[in-house]
Design a protein around this ligand. Structure first.
Ligand SMILES: CCC/C=C/C(=O)SCCNC(=O)CCNC(=O)[C@H](O)C(C)(C)COP(=O)([O-])OP(=O)([O-])OC[C@H]1O[C@@H](n2cnc3c(N)ncnc32)[C@H](O)[C@@H]1OP(=O)([O-])[O-]
Length: 718
């Protein structure tokens, strides 16, 4: 709702109240309309201030209302009422003015912002455009290039940048509401003719066509199939080419297309999913609201390879004191240099002070003795990790949390090397660890709720989106990825090429197809794991080279590694590069010949594989494993899986995540297609639909937020 009060005798004050971000719900919009009428009708009131309760102006339209039938007064007439007011209206912007909140501010005649406020049009991230006049007013106020930038990227600007752009009239370090009241008094009775943005002509720079062409190219490059950014460009174009009223009609048409799109639904689902994962729960009943984290001041990192360095940087930037350990002098000195460079670049980019003094380097594991939390990031080798955990258990102070950055090894096996297995959890970072937002916090059967809560809290302080997951081979992300990779290899055996598979996946919206990603991360990484698992050679002579444990296996990746083709780092992998370390993937005729020879050797006849088969086999097996993970209680809900896939594996956000995507395709269809492929490939267990998937499909595809009711909770492992 919105409260009305009178301050200093002549200023009508409208205060938005809808915690936590004063979103423009039906009640708030009704409150604004009612209180505006009241302020305009009271003769003693000479000017009006609009502000938000609890130091937040407004977070925009109430996203929770988007799925429901529209109630209350619409936003557009509301902003027109404010702009047309005969008394000056001043927005007092504290905290945030985002989306509809900024549109509300732009309909006011003046805007005063607190220096810490952030402003922006983030609608594009929800699959929308600023549909309450934002696309028509902003270019009139700040010009076309700046408006295109803000509206198509959704980036937030600081109060200082907003002042520079001309979005706000004044920035104050003091109380913005008090400043707005004073300002409102000073402009009472003044003409408002020059203050109504909708009456401004839209600036027309001479190179207008080129500006729009460039903007379209830019969004096409960066949006990977998302429709909202391009539609935002079209709406801004209308501001330049049409009079205001016609521009508003065009904005409404374009908004309506986006609002009713599947992409908007997916992005809005994802918005809430990303927030839902912080309310974690584990299979044995621990929960975010009943588990208290331990205080962590000093952290330690063991092993300063690529991952260890990124984790060190991320911890230091988050304000933790860090002990960074690398036992070899030479590697330690290289790591110091590497970390310093990363910190300097980070400080420059983010305009924050350098965090060098937060880090102490050491060659001795003893140096971590007084750390509150240790993250082991040594080579992915169980025997080595076990030794490190035995050492840590002997050295670390009682109560210290011992974490491993393994990407898939058994947390419980590591915990069993220590005297306090309840204090062991996985903290699985994604490379580069100081950049990637995702963190899988992996709890073993013996991890205490307090240990999980502490790792989640540390992740949050590091700016990560932390997702709590159970302990199994590959956890959530890599366990699902295994199925996806396997199908991609099988498709090559059956007649596809890496570039064909990648193109299908990139058209779907992945930034890179599976083979390009594999070349980037290094084919040798998976090869080492497969070797350790005893998969690289057939179990016994006489067993087919393409069978392991009774199931189909493709040795293609192993064969490339045997030839020294590790991907970008060696200049050759699934593609060729102009030099080792080269980035531009080129089709490799050698690889095509190699695939032909391989097929001939194994009696495989290449066939034409269409787009649909590539997509369905790669994605549906990955999704199927997601259902198995839910069934096993490894992830608490589909949101956890979707956030992991969007933030860690490049799943296109406008498709919501794999589980959301499955819900949109229809679970019965996913089952039907998996069964179809399973009949053709009975030796591929990943094509067998999981019990949970079948169960949900059979009860008529319930909405994704209902799935948790069907997922049977596994028994407590404690
Ligand atoms: C014609 C129409 C045209 C206009 C369209 C629009 O305006 S579209 C909208 C354009 N606006 C946007 O896109 C802004 C979206 N919001 C944000 O970017 C951030 O929430 C933030 C920067 C406002 C605060 O960040 P932070 O890290 O401090 O906090 P946090 O992120 O954890 O959120 C706290 C709680 O608030 C909830 N909630 C937040 N916003 C909304 C909302 N608009 N609605 C409803 N709820 C909202 C959020 O779900 C969470 O709830 P939970 O999980 O506790 O139950």
């Amino acid at each position: 709702m919105a409260f009305y009060s009178r301050v200093s005798g002549s200023v009508g004050m409208i205060t938005l109240q809808n915690p936590p971000v004063n979103a423009l719900s039906a009640a708030v919009r009704q409150g604004i309309v009612d209180t505006m009428h009241r302020a305009l009708s009271e003769p003693e009131v000479k000017s009006v201030v609009i502000c938000g309760q609890n130091g937040k102006f407004c977070g925009g339209a109430d996203i929770r209302e988007f799925g429901a039938t529209m109630a209350g007064p619409p936003l557009v007439p509301m902003v027109h009422l404010i702009e047309a007011a005969s008394k000056p209206v001043v927005a007092a912007i504290e905290g945030i003015a985002l989306g509809g909140g900024l549109e509300l501010a732009l309909s006011c005649h003046y805007r005063i912002a607190h220096s810490k406020a952030r402003l922006g049009f983030p609608e594009v991230a929800l699959g929308l455009l600023p549909g309450a006049g934002g696309t028509q007013r902003l270019p009139r106020l700040v010009g076309v290039p700046a408006a295109l930038d803000l509206i198509t990227t959704g980036r937030h600007v600081t109060a200082a940048e907003a002042r520079q752009l001309g979005i706000v009239d004044e920035v104050t370090e003091l109380n913005a509401v008090d400043a707005a009241v004073k300002f409102a008094q000073s402009v009472a009775g003044k003409s408002l003719d020059a203050r109504r943005i909708s009456t401004y002509p839209c600036p027309r720079p001479p190179d207008l066509d080129a500006i729009f062409e460039r903007a379209m190219q830019q969004v096409r490059r960066s949006s990977r199939g998302a429709i909202a950014p391009g539609t935002c460009v079209q709406a801004v174009h209308a501001a330049v080419t049409l009079p205001y009223a016609k521009g508003m009609e065009r904005e409404r048409e374009l908004f309506s297309v986006l609002f009713n799109s599947g992409q908007a639904r997916a992005l809005q689902y994802y918005f809430f999913a990303q927030r839902a994962v912080s309310r974690w729960s584990t299979a044995n009943g621990a929960r975010w609201d009943t588990s208290k984290p331990r205080p962590v001041r000093k952290a330690a990192v063991i092993g300063l390879g690529t991952m260890g360095r990124g984790i060190t940087v991320s911890l230091a930037q988050a304000g933790f004191t860090v002990v960074a350990v690398e036992t070899q002098e030479k590697q330690l000195s290289e790591a110091k240099q590497g970390v310093s460079g990363m910190l300097e670049r980070g400080a420059k980019r983010r305009g924050v002070p350098l965090a060098h003094d937060k880090i102490k380097y050491s060659c001795s594991v003893q140096a971590v003795a007084d750390a509150d939390l240790v993250i082991e990031a040594v080579f992915e080798d169980m025997a080595l990790k076990k030794t490190v955990f035995q050492q840590l258990s002997a050295i670390c102070k009682p109560g210290a949390l011992l974490c491993t950055n393994t990407s898939g090894l058994d947390i419980d096996e590591l915990a069993s090397q220590t005297q306090s297995p309840e204090l062991v959890v996985g903290m699985h970072f994604f490379a580069p660890a100081h950049v990637m937002q995702l963190l899988e916090v992996v709890y073993g059967p013996r991890s205490s709720p307090e240990a999980v809560a502490t790792a989640m809290q540390v992740g949050k302080k590091m700016g990560k989106v932390s997702v709590a997951v159970g302990n199994c081979r590959g956890f959530v992300g890599n366990r699902m990825l295994k199925q996806y990779l396997e199908q991609a290899f099988f498709l090559l055996e059956e007649g596809a090429t890496p570039e064909q598979v990648d193109q299908v996946l990139e058209e779907f919206g992945f930034a890179m197809g599976v083979f390009k990603v594999s070349d980037l991360s290094g084919l040798d990484v998976g090869w080492k794991v497969r070797k350790a698992d005893g998969l690289v050679s057939p179990a016994s002579t006489g067993t087919s080279a393409r069978i392991r444990g009774g199931s189909r296996y493709s040795p293609l990746g192993d064969l490339l590694c045997e030839r020294g083709r590790f991907g970008q780092k060696t200049g050759k992998g699934w593609y060729q590069y102009d030099k080792p370390g080269g980035r531009v993937a080129k089709v490799d005729p050698w690889l095509h010949g190699f695939l032909e020879d391989y097929r001939a050797q194994h009696g495989l006849v290449a066939r034409r594989i269409d787009h649909q088969e590539v997509l369905e086999r790669c994605l549906y097996t990955l999704i199927n494993e997601g259902f198995q993970i839910l069934q096993d209680g490894i992830a608490a809900g589909p949101e956890d899986i979707d956030v992991i896939y969007v933030l860690g594996y490049g799943w296109p956000r406008h498709r919501g995540g794999p589980m959301f995507y499955a819900s949109q395709v229809g679970l019965d269809k996913v089952v039907e297609r998996l069964e179809h492929y399973q009949q053709i490939h009975p030796d591929v267990p990943g094509l067998q639909p999981s019990r949970l998937l079948r169960k949900l499909a059979a009860i008529n595809n319930p909405a994704i937020h209902k799935w948790r009711e069907v997922i049977q909770k596994p028994r407590s492992q404690l």
